[in-house]
Design a protein around this ligand. Structure first.
Ligand code: FPP
Length: 240
């Protein structure tokens, strides 16, 4: 499925991939099987985003709150992340996809950190699409951390209060240098942001899809882009 030419394409799409567990349970399978199938949806969305000319694609891969899941599920997710990185890095690098990871790395294992550093290093030259993985990410922690960094600079006299602008705060977020998302998609039927990109999504178009993440493929992502284009075309206009 291709996007129509002339369609307005978002510069940045952010995705909350929800519904893996329910999708697996509905088929009598373990939740981790749903996460593994979810990898296929990630691959499909990267493919479409690259072809459509989306500049940035962000996936909510593991939230700070996800540590509260059973140990077996957390380790299955971390293994999947490492395996996915090992398996996909050469092809992503070949396709010019740059991978960037946001979130707090302190609590991650040495193995996961090493994989994250490797994929960032090996894809750093990519200029076709930037894929951002949010790993151990919490938007409130991110904003708090930014405030702490600004306070530290103020203490040293590097920054006067009047210089604490929206831009100054944005520059201290993990996403510094990445444009704000134009479109934020959440699959799986829930309609909330779950501590994801709260600052950055201030003006994002929100799209809540009932489709479970493992079923969200090329067709569904293209439809989401088309929905975004329709909304943008109405922006500021009066219906006749
Ligand atoms: C939400 O479904 C999904 C996640 C918490 C994890 C998504 C992660 C992946 C698909 C793999 C990531 C790997 C790489 C390399 C990016 P859920 O478990 O909350 O589903 P539920 O709401 O049905 O319980």
């Amino acid at each position: 499925m291709r996007m129509e030419s002339g369609t307005k394409i978002p510069a940045h799409v952010a995705i909350i991939m929800d519904g893996n567990g329910r999708w697996a349970a509905a088929q009598g399978k373990p939740r981790s099987w749903g996460h593994a199938q979810g990898m296929e949806s990630i691959r499909a969305c990267i493919e479409v985003a690259k072809d459509a000319g989306v500049g940035y694609l962000t996936f909510y891969t593991f939230s700070t709150e996800n540590w509260g899941r059973p140990e077996s599920e957390v380790s299955a997710l971390m293994d999947l992340l490492c395996e996915g990185i090992e398996k996909e890095t050469p092809e992503l690098a070949r396709q010019g996809v740059r991978m960037v990871v946001i979130g707090s790395r302190g609590a991650l294992s040495d193995k996961v950190r090493a994989h994250i550093e490797a994929i960032e290093r090996e894809t750093a030259a990519g200029d076709a699409l930037t894929v951002v993985l949010a790993v151990n990410y919490s938007s409130r922690s991110e904003i708090t951390r930014a405030a702490q960094r600004i306070a530290a600079r103020a203490l040293t006299g590097d920054l006067a209060p009047v210089m604490v602008t929206e831009q100054a705060l944005s520059d201290e977020l993990y996403t510094a240098g990445i444009p704000d998302p134009d479109l934020l998609i959440r699959t799986g039927g829930e309609q909330r942001l779950s501590n994801f990109l709260l600052w950055q999504a201030a003006y994002a178009e929100l799209l809540f899809s009932p489709v479970m993440w493992p079923d969200f493929g090329e067709k569904e992502f293209c439809e989401a882009l088309a929905e975004y284009a329709r909304r943008e075309r109405r922006f500021g206009k009066i219906d006749n």
